[in-house]
Design a protein around this ligand. Structure first.
Ligand SMILES: [Zn+2]
Length: 301
């Protein structure tokens, strides 16, 4: 029987994710909502025994870096959250850079410094550092990453609107909104070799926050699309890779959590039937040629 995978990756960044366009509202929401949302997510993943990759910004574990930023320290420093993630069974830790710089705009030396600081934080805390998520999924400097021991990164979603965006940003964005509001099967992906030493696992879809035009995608539609993603992954023997940030659940959290829970419930049913595995990003490193024996549990912590 065909057997695909669900992979979930979460970008944990708090205010570092908007350091270049920070508003007072960002700080207010982050200081009030980030921790309860992360706590609720961990409870959900624990209940359903679902392994998830948490790619975090290294500066969240660097007290000095956080002191240099404006606003409440709780928005820049979050060692407590990473401890909570490590204490929750099956959760995997990866990197989302040190300070959320956009890699295509960095020189090789700047990229090297950014990655060295990541390694320093991960090594100091005894954390694995072979799975990486580029800030805004903007891929660059793979040689630098390879040199630092990164083995797998998440690439841009393999969607038609994203391909369109490469030629025309506005048209790509419009197509993306249109697509999310319509019934469709999200793309499924598999591990690809983009560099002699680094593998890429693209995203299938992001869980969009419920605000503005994004609300055109009704919960019922999103649920149906995610179920199609699971079914397609199983049929095609590929991966349905869902990703998001805790802040994507700040608005209408009950709606978002219900959506996630329905997805997990369905994925767990399929796992029990033997038609789907649930695997964090690092699970795809076990055997590059095939993903049947992901080994998440041994990588956790
Ligand atoms: Zn980010």
């Amino acid at each position: 029987m065909a057997r695909g995978h669900l992979c979930i990756s979460i970008d944990l960044e708090l205010a570092w994710g908007v350091w270049d366009c920070l508003t007072g509202e960002d700080l207010d929401l982050c200081s009030r909502l980030e921790r309860p949302i992360v706590g609720r997510l961990l409870e959900l993943f624990s209940t359903y025994e679902v392994p998830v990759t948490w790619a975090f910004v290294g500066a969240l574990m660097d007290a000095q870096a956080s002191k240099e930023r404006a606003g409440p320290e709780a928005c820049w420093f979050a060692e407590d959250l990473i401890d909570d993630i490590r204490a929750t069974k099956l959760q995997e830790v990866g990197s989302h850079s040190f300070s959320h710089q956009y890699f295509p705009s960095l020189t090789p030396d700047e990229a090297r410094v950014e990655i060295e600081r990541v390694r320093e934080v991960h090594d100091r805390h005894g954390l694995a550092c072979d799975v990486f998520v580029f800030p805004r999924n903007l891929v660059a400097h793979l040689d630098v990453l390879a040199h630092a021991g990164i083995k797998l990164f998440r690439g841009m979603d393999r969607t038609l609107p994203n391909r369109l965006r490469e030629f025309n940003k506005t048209a790509g964005r419009a197509a993306h909104l249109l697509e999310t509001a319509m019934p469709h099967t999200p793309p499924t992906v598999s591990v690809e070799r983009e560099h002699p030493q680094i593998l890429e696992l693209r995203g299938s879809m992001g869980l969009l926050r419920r605000e503005g035009l994004r609300r055109l995608a009704t919960p019922r539609m999103v649920e149906a699309n995610m179920r199609r993603g699971l079914a397609a992954a199983s049929t095609r023997d590929q991966v349905f890779h869902l990703w998001f940030h805790p802040f994507d659940l700040y608005r209408e959290p009950d709606v978002q959590f219900l959506l996630l829970e329905k997805l997990l419930r369905r994925a767990c049913e399929m796992r029990e039937e033997g038609t789907l595995g649930i695997t964090p990003m690092g699970g795809f490193l076990v055997d590059e040629s095939r993903t049947d024996t992901p080994n998440a549990a041994e990588r956790v912590g």
